[in-house]
Design a protein. Structure first.
Length: 249
């Protein structure tokens, strides 16, 4: 958080004074960030805004990127806290690892509301190759996702495969792997990553078809614009949504 955000206090409710603040108050406050504690010494009797670390260097911060507000008293001590019920933690705030590739980056953004789900499909289609585990006969290894769906695990970067040991794998373009997908199965992206997503097969086929059509379109023609956003999926996402996401620890 920059000092600008840490000092983004404003006069609101009167801050407790030395006479009214009770140091023996049994209500425990969360531990304020160091920059808030420091800012409170100079911005006494104000509410100080805590911003999600992803937005710390930005001048324009959306309301849902505000973690909450801390109140300082006349001594410059933090005496109250009120969280923002609309706050949406970023991948950085959640402590997730840096994205390993554009697909993983789009997945993390979609799972936290920073980006549209459609961006995951677009990044997956644009990826030159992804990896899948293979059986002794050369077929695709299948599994069950947490919600019981039949899936084929897909890895979008080498770092996503660090936990699979010495199992055999191969890399190939998404379109090629899709042709060999067993009936009734779907791709399950980065099952060991901070975000795992199950990709609807029909949605992926449509995205590949759109990409192919756009590649063949003359450069002087612009594609028709379509609605840009799809609701961010959750474990309880509706069946008709193109992706379902599960957020890991």
């Amino acid at each position: 958080m920059t000092e600008q955000h840490a000092l983004a206090g404003r006069d609101m409710d009167p801050a407790p004074t030395d006479d009214t603040h009770d140091d023996s108050d049994s209500i425990a406050l969360p531990i304020p960030p160091p920059e808030i504690i420091s800012a409170a010494r100079f911005a006494r009797g104000q509410w100080l805004t805590e911003v999600d670390p992803f937005w710390a260097d930005e001048d324009d911060v959306p309301s849902w990127a505000i973690v909450g507000e801390w109140q300082s008293d006349s001594r410059g001590l933090i005496v109250a806290w009120r969280p923002n019920d609309d706050y949406r933690p970023s991948p950085l705030a959640l402590g997730w690892a840096e994205p390993t590739d554009p697909v993983d980056e789009a997945m993390q953004a979609a799972a936290t509301g920073l980006g549209p789900v459609e961006a995951v499909l677009e990044a997956l289609v644009e990826a030159e190759e992804v990896a899948v585990l293979t059986t002794a006969g050369g077929g695709l290894v299948t599994a069950l996702s947490q919600d019981g769906a039949e899936v084929v695990p897909v890895y979008t970067a080498a770092d996503q495969m660090l936990g699979i040991g010495r199992l055999t794998a191969r890399t190939a373009p998404v379109a090629e792997l899709l042709d060999g997908l067993p009936d009734g199965h779907e791709f399950y992206l980065n099952p060991a990553g901070p975000v795992a997503m199950r990709v609807r097969t029909e949605a992926l086929r449509e995205a590949l078809a759109r990409s192919s059509a756009e590649a063949e379109r003359p450069e002087d023609l612009s594609p028709d614009l379509e609605p840009p956003f799809v609701p961010v999926p959750t474990q309880s996402a509706q069946a008709e949504e193109p992706l379902q996401a599960s957020v890991g620890p």
